[in-house]
Ligand binder design. Structure first.
Ligand SMILES: [Zn+2]
Length: 324
């Protein structure tokens, strides 16, 4: 049975949730020859997703596909287009069936900029569309490369919300111990990507994009002042912290309550949005990522007003979500 949440201060909107849907997973396996380690708990299962959301008081999830570009190949771009369409259509079906429980960030085939614009145009008319998801790089090509400029000009004109998710990139082989390439490599990737965009003038060019940085922005809150040292060598109008202060930081990580408080102090509680990374982390170390994300917000020491903003108010405003 699903729970109806009526208390506005307890509306929880999870902006960082993933699902491998059946047709997408089938097309993915068809197009990618290497073995894919997709765990069954990552696959879409309506009753399990709704059950877990109810268990942790999550009113609404905004679904997105993780690590999209890991599956694509510059030499063969067509599968990227097909996989994005299939994923967006399946997410739209879920959103149409449960408009009060699910929304989506559409996948975009950035490997083919023309098709990227076309898929955005198509996806924005689908049920549940709330913006797009992009990785921090497109198979190691930075988002501010000129080939992507037409897409971002179009996205900027549409005042899009853009959920920016890290993607592994090659690291020195000594990083490949204790899963540090993943645990540290991903937040480093986010930190690098956002710093490059800030210093390169990306945010001056596309000021209307509303960017959600996954995993509390990697190390951005800690390194913001240090990154400013590069301002003179950069091409941006303002110092990086100016742009960092306009990003939205989700609470997935897993992170710590002190970090949530730190981001609130650095950039303001209106820049933090609740995110869990569900269904990742299920069953690991006996503590779910969702439970952890709820806890770090709750224990952050921030006021009830701030908590209400972080759990749902900020996302509601950002993604134009009405009463739930
Ligand atoms: Zn994620």
């Amino acid at each position: 049975m699903t729970t109806k949440f009526t208390d506005a201060s307890r509306v929880r909107i999870d902006v960082h949730a993933h699902a491998f849907t059946p047709e997408f997973t089938r097309v993915l396996r068809k197009n990618v020859s290497r073995p894919l380690a997709i765990r069954s708990i990552w696959e879409w299962d309506e009753s399990r997703f709704l059950g877990e959301m109810d268990r942790w008081g999550v009113t609404l999830q905004v679904l997105s596909l993780p690590q999209m570009y890991e599956y694509f190949d510059w030499g063969n771009r067509q599968p990227a287009v097909e996989m994005s369409q299939v994923a967006n259509d399946e997410y739209a079906e879920i959103c149409a069936k449960h408009p009060e429980r699910f929304r989506m960030f559409a996948s975009i085939p950035m490997m083919d900029p023309d098709q990227a614009c076309k898929e955005l145009e198509r996806a924005r008319r689908l049920p549940g569309f709330s913006g797009i998801t992009l990785c921090t790089h497109i198979r190691e090509r930075a988002l501010d490369e000129p080939e992507f400029a037409p897409f971002f000009a179009y996205a900027n004109a549409s005042f899009l919300a853009m959920f920016l998710h890290p993607l592994e990139r090659p690291l020195p082989k000594e990083w490949n111990v204790y899963r540090l390439d993943h645990l540290i490599g991903l937040p480093v990737d986010t930190t690098f990507a956002l710093s490059r965009l800030a210093l390169g003038g990306f945010f001056d060019k596309y000021p209307n994009l509303k960017i959600i940085a996954a995993h509390v922005g990697g190390a951005i809150p800690f390194l913001a002042r240090r990154i400013e040292r590069a301002f003179r060598e950069g091409k941006s109008e303002y110092k990086p912290s100016h742009y960092f202060g306009q990003l939205f930081y989700d609470t997935a990580g897993p992170t710590d309550e002190a970090i949530v408080a730190c981001v609130a102090r650095m950039f303001g509680s209106e820049q933090i949005v609740f995110g869990t990374d569900y269904p990742f982390g299920l069953g690991q170390e006996g503590k779910q990522y969702t439970e952890h994300a709820v806890g770090v917000v709750q224990e952050s020491g921030l006021s009830e007003t701030d908590l209400a903003k972080i759990y749902g108010g900020n996302a509601r405003q950002l993604l134009h979500i009405g009463q739930l």
